[in-house]
Design a protein around this ligand. Structure first.
Ligand code: HEC
Ligand code: HEC
Length: 342
């Protein structure tokens, strides 16, 4: 009899401790979030895009909480920031990222910088707006493992602080749409415009070293980089994805035919390893690919066909020096993008 009671006791402890794990803790966070300017007026790319600024700042602050909250995952272990770390330009330094229960992703984590302004999203280069895709990671079984965004809204409704915050800000009950809105508004506010390159534009690159200057002309000239990494965001401008001849036969076909998104190069010095599968450790290796490694894949982008990118060693070094001018040190230290749960 005693044994049976002991067994029941052990069993119930086991059952309760298992339940505890998935139960939502009421972690305290500061409800009076310090008011940050997420959508500052002097951001050059914004124009009148974000008209209702005050509201946007509040929604972004809420999005920041969600972004850093591990309770957005099935077992409360992973947040968006687990794989998108501020000090690494919102990537991690792994070839593949660790999601829930030690599953690993099949692709390399991507930077979130200037995402709202890009025409394609994720490595497959999905078209449309950032908001159309931002909830994908939540129900991805490897990344955060929730059954659906609907399941997430139910979970957040059981956290009193979120209930109040959503009511205060939106005057509505928590829903999938509002979670999407908050995350998009926060991620959309991660805008880099304060690099050595940006400062250089106005002063004819007088702030650049000779090597950086030379790298800049190579990037936009005979290196052909600027054909694809275009405009203010150094990202795709008109096509959603393309093939750069990494392999003759791709194991991961991306959007099909080995086509992948042209990623932004802002903060590129911080976001290695590189490419959809993180195959290159350094920027030198990346540049070496464009100069010596391009494979004649049948779907190779026309820009890279028939005329090799001919750069000697010094020119390759200059190009890498230029890529380093795209690092935004402000962005990776700004408190408004940091973990609010500290
Ligand atoms: C387990 C790691 C992991 C977690 C957690 C994670 N991500 Fe990601 N994220 C990735 C990887 C890997 C990719 C590239 C995936 C692909 O394209 O197949 C990515 C891509 C993205 C992109 C596309 C960026 C671009 O340039 O197009 C966005 C946006 C994004 N994640 C936002 C989020 C948000 C918001 C969350 C939290 C709700 C989140 N991620 C959680 C690993 C993660
Ligand atoms: C034909 C268009 C095109 C041209 C030209 C091009 N790129 Fe790319 N770039 C891409 C695409 C597409 C990817 C992603 C490929 C993948 O992962 O399969 C990429 C990836 C990169 C990456 C890795 C980004 C990351 O986040 O992992 C770097 C760095 C890079 N390119 C730099 C350059 C430089 C430097 C040049 C000029 C020598 C250049 N690119 C020329 C389209 C292009």
């Amino acid at each position: 009899m005693k044994n049976i009671i002991a067994l029941i006791l052990v069993l119930s402890i086991l059952i309760f401790s298992c339940q505890d794990k998935t139960e939502v803790d009421q972690v305290n966070f500061d409800l009076n979030l310090e008011h940050f300017d997420y959508y500052e007026e002097d951001i050059p790319f914004l124009n009148s895009f974000f008209a209702n600024k005050v509201k946007h700042d509040e929604i972004a602050a809420l999005g920041r909480l969600l972004f850093y909250d591990t309770r957005l995952s099935l077992n409360n272990s992973i947040s968006c920031a687990s794989c998108h770390k501020q000090h690494l330009g919102f990537t991690d330094n792994k070839r593949f990222s660790e999601g829930i229960e030690n599953y690993t992703t099949s692709r390399n984590s991507m930077t979130l910088v200037n995402n709202a302004f890009q025409i394609s999203h994720f490595w497959e280069g999905h078209g449309g707006l950032l908001s159309d895709h931002i909830l994908n990671p939540i129900s991805n079984h490897i990344e955060m493992g929730m059954r659906s965004a609907e399941q997430l809204s139910e979970k957040l409704k059981s956290i009193e602080q979120y209930e109040h915050l959503f009511q205060d800000i939106f005057e509505e009950e928590i829903s999938e749409d509002l979670i999407r809105d908050a995350l998009t508004t926060f991620v959309g506010s991660i805008i880099s415009y304060n690099t050595k390159f940006d400062k250089g534009i106005e002063i004819d690159f007088a702030n650049f070293s000779l090597s950086e200057k030379n790298g800049e002309s190579i990037f936009f000239g005979k290196g052909k980089c600027g054909h694809c990494h275009r405009g203010n965001h150094f990202a795709a401008f008109w096509r959603e994805s393309t093939n750069i001849g990494l392999d003759l036969e791709y194991t991961d076909q991306g959007a099909g035919n080995g086509n992948f998104k042209v990623p932004t190069l802002r903060n590129i010095a911080l976001t290695g390893p590189y490419m959809h599968d993180g195959r290159f450790e350094t920027l030198e290796e990346v540049v070496n690919h464009y100069v010596n490694g391009i494979q004649e894949h049948p779907r190779l982008d026309w820009t890279l066909q028939n005329s090799p990118i001919d750069l000697n060693e010094e020119e390759q070094e200059d190009l890498v020096a230029f890529l380093h001018t795209l690092t935004d040190y402000d962005l990776i230290t700004q408190e408004k993008f940091s973990n609010p749960f500290k």
